[in-house]
Design a protein around this ligand. Sequence first.
Ligand SMILES: C[S@@+](CC[C@H](N)C(=O)[O-])C[C@H]1O[C@@H](n2cnc3c(N)ncnc32)[C@H](O)[C@@H]1O
Length: 492
Amino acid sequence: MSSARAAAAVDTTEASSSGRKDAAPESLDREAFKEVLNLLALRVPARQCADMMKAFRGFTLDRPRLKCIVNDGDPPRKDSKLLLLEEGITLESLTPELRGRVETDKLEVHPHQVTLDYSMLSADAVLKKLLPEGVDAPSSFETIGHIAHLNLRDEQLPYRHLIAQVLLDKNPHLKTIVNKVGSIENEFRVFNMDVIGGEQRLETEVTQHGARFKLDFSQVYWNSRLESEHLRLVGTMERGQVLVDMMAGIGPFAVPAAQKGLTVYANDLNPRSTHYLALNARLNRLGDGVRVFNMDGRAFLRLLCDTPSGPAEDIRRQRQQLERKPAEVPSQQERSPSAAGATAPQAATEGAVASSAVGQPAKRQRTKEKVSEAQGPVPPIPESFTPPIGGIIFDHVVMNLPASAIEFLDAFNGAFDPAAWAHRPLPTVHCYTFKRTNETEADIVAKAEGYLGGVMEAGGCTVHTVRDVAPNKLMLCLSFRVPKVVAFNGRL
Ligand SMILES: C[S@@+](CC[C@H](N)C(=O)[O-])C[C@H]1O[C@@H](n2cnc3c(N)ncnc32)[C@H](O)[C@@H]1O
């Protein structure tokens, strides 16, 4: 439609920082989409509408949001309806059988006009009309609460504001459209993005398997495509068990696991992730079910295991010093979540941590207080967490940092206290990683064993394919029990 194309014309005279021609401010002329269709209508008995639609299938009006059966006249006649034929269909272009049907059923044929406008077209149909030859409409986007996340190709970039405006118009639940800029290269797995339409509001809320998650999409990692994987893995865990989530993000494993009745030690290096993780534990009323840490994953594991080279001993010493100098430190009451000056996430974490018992899930304190939205850092180690001698006992470890989690397996080597674990099964590790097409699953398992520094039990590793992330790259989850030779290396 030439008028619509004209409405979408973009000025390509302004060069962007990337050196390509950029678009000047674009405007969407919705009026330019008005179009009158001149059709033929058959007057059909009201009671035979379904039968007639079936008989004339392939010749009837077939447009999104338009019906091929409409009222006959105004006020509408009760005994008849109009069956609309597609634009360009004449009596001559019908099959001989259908022409015969028109005659024998004495169907009257009338010219009929339908006015199409912007509101009747799908986003795809609008964009097909707007974008020039060679520029496709985006085929899909990810939705995160009120945010749509696009990954536009170079040739689509000059039209990004136009594309965003159409998506906002056609998807009323969307309020912000962002486009990914560059690839994820930072350790927090957060990508740069441009807001290309709508509100500059990047904090949003999503619901997954009944749990609520708040997040700022520009500050933390989130991938809606992992929802079924989160569910699958948590499905393998049992109520009463203890989960260690080494790279927990904002909690898509930790929160549902705690909802299921596991006690979760959840950690992430990104302080913004742990802020939202603590907030999400509170939003979902998980009380002390999720204990939030903000440190490197290796140090976190060695802290929880009380590994001699890890930070547990130092923390115990610090805690003892605090206990010895009660006059110089605020009392427990003063440090309580309701004490003046305590930020909400600190309160969340402090309130959440109540256990010094080895591996014993503390009784849940289901909070009833209103969840505060205040911002604030989560301490690296919850103030009321004192690592027990011999470490905590846990059942599962999740490591979802597929680009490098496998390298963190070295942290398990010699990490476990043989006395504490003597009569207990060692934990099951669920380590996410990537496999390229030139690698086999056996290669990946061997790579994991290389980082562990020891072999797994024969047949003891389950390899689950999570999804295709690129044409030659799969995301896998390796699940295996920590081998004894690895866990107690150098300690027996
Ligand atoms: C791919 S995201 C997964 C987050 C979450 N588990 C999920 O499924 O959405 C990886 C997370 O690892 C965190 N991370 C990166 N390096 C880390 C490290 N050395 N120790 C702990 N967490 C780390 C990132 O901040 C990020 O939140």
